[in-house]
Ligand binder design. Structure first.
Ligand SMILES: *Cc1c(COP(=O)(O)O)cnc(C)c1O
Length: 410
């Protein structure tokens, strides 16, 4: 058995089968590239679901990680630490909020936002006890906790994990009228509207222009918190620092994760202004690792890298090129139906049923040609490379995609 088959067998035998990875074993990463254990080099077009927007093992982020790791890693929030306050000032000023609540994973940050919204609903909006509603969108993905999957409509994510948490109502995504109707009926009990500015896991669903702005206005009108889950779309991924910046939206609650730390350490955050955040008092929420000095130091550097390297502008520019080229390919190759996305968060729709193996097989073929991407929801392939790519490298990648499509036609 080859080394890579051996390592795959280990994961199969000793690890829970909660993922279905492409058959490639990676051991090294640098910038936009990863290498497998046989030394074969690949373009990474997943970027760990947009957690490594700054590129793999960014030297500045790794230096911040190492320096802080040698000084102090964890104190718990029972004490103050020398990094947290600096980070809190930095991230709140960067995104324009009064306060941040630091957590570790995306799902935890979503849970935090839901708890804040409910508490605000009872204590500020005066919703009758026990009746608060949070509105979510169909086909959402917000993480894997019991509460979060309670308002998912993905059978795989939900089935047999019941009983579910109540207090959520789903509306169609990209349907202002549906939200308007629900608010007209129940706004007195609604404390929050939780939305992904682009639905990532659902297959890079980009809403119509103006949708998010209209939702923001409805929220203002009905005193409902607009809660933006930018865990995947944020940190320059879609061509702006935040995806809601495309429509100049001020979220009441902003949820960040993934690329906040550039892939070096789990860091997530919930941002809000005092009127909302101050509903949380000591003892009411927390996390042992949340806000630890290692996380704070890493996140500060990772965010500064995004600014210094102007990754949002680069993402915008390369995204235009990517979609233009794939649109041309879609005219040539019946395999490609269309391409959609914003900045460097894009998806190619494959011309086959969601149940078919075509998208998976195409990803395996791209892997053999040196490019790693993964299907999401059957016949959709997400393309989300690190944002530190340049135009020449993108053209190399487009050539690989073209070559794979040509081979696939045969
Ligand atoms: C990845 C993701 C999450 C969950 O983050 P984890 O760190 O995996 O818990 C939540 N919301 C969105 C939009 C995501 O893409």
């Amino acid at each position: 058995m080859g080394k890579s088959a051996e390592l795959i067998a280990l994961e199969e035998k000793y690890g829970a089968h909660n993922y279905h990875p492409l058959p490639v074993v990676l051991e090294k990463g640098e910038g936009i590239y990863v290498w497998d254990i046989d030394g074969k080099k690949y373009f990474d077009f997943l970027s760990a679901y947009s957690a490594v927007n700054q590129g793999h093992c960014h030297p500045r982020i790794i230096k911040a990680l190492k320096d802080q790791a040698e000084k102090l890693t964890l104190t718990s929030r029972a004490f103050y630490n020398a990094e947290l306050g600096k980070y809190e000032k930095f991230i709140t000023e960067l995104f324009g909020f009064d306060k941040v609540l630091p957590m570790n994973t995306g799902a935890e940050a979503v849970e935090t936002a839901l708890k804040i919204a409910r508490k605000w609903g009872y204590e500020k909006k005066e919703i009758p006890a026990g009746e608060a509603i949070i509105v979510v969108c169909k086909d959402n993905f917000h993480g894997r906790t019991t509460t979060i999957i309670s308002f998912s409509n993905d059978e795989d994510a939900r089935k047999n994990f019941n009983p579910y948490t109540s207090g959520f109502e789903a509306v169609e995504y990209n349907d202002v009228e549906a939200l308007k109707q629900l608010f007209a009926d129940k706004a007195d009990k609604i404390c929050g509207f939780l939305v992904e500015p682009i639905q990532g896991e659902a297959g890079v669903n980009v809403p119509s222009e103006g949708y998010l702005k209209a939702c923001e206005e409805l929220c203002k009108q009905h005193n409902v918190l607009f809660i933006a889950d930018e865990i995947q779309t944020g940190i320059a991924r879609t061509g702006k620092m935040l995806a809601i910046d495309h429509e100049n939206i001020d979220a009441d609650v902003l949820i960040l994760g993934k690329a906040v730390s550039g892939g070096a350490y789990p860091v997530s955050a919930v941002l809000a202004n005092d009127e909302v955040m101050n509903v949380i008092k000591p003892g009411q929420h927390g996390s042992t690792y949340g806000g630890n000095p290692l996380a704070a130091a890493v996140a500060m550097e990772a965010l500064q890298v995004v600014l210094d390297e102007k990754l949002a502008d680069n993402s915008e520019k390369l995204g235009q090129i990517f979609r233009a080229e794939i649109t041309k390919m879609a005219e040539e190759f019946p395999l490609f139906k269309s391409v959609r996305g914003k900045g460097l968060l894009n998806a190619i729709l494959i011309n086959d049923t969601p149940e078919s193996e075509t998208a998976w097989n195409f990803c395996v073929a791209m892997k053999d040609n040196g490019l790693l991407a993964k299907p999401t929801h059957g016949n959709i392939i997400r393309f989300a490379p690190p944002l530190v790519m340049n135009e020449e490298q993108l053209n190399e990648c487009l050539a690989i995609i073209r070559k794979t499509a040509e081979e696939f036609q045969k």
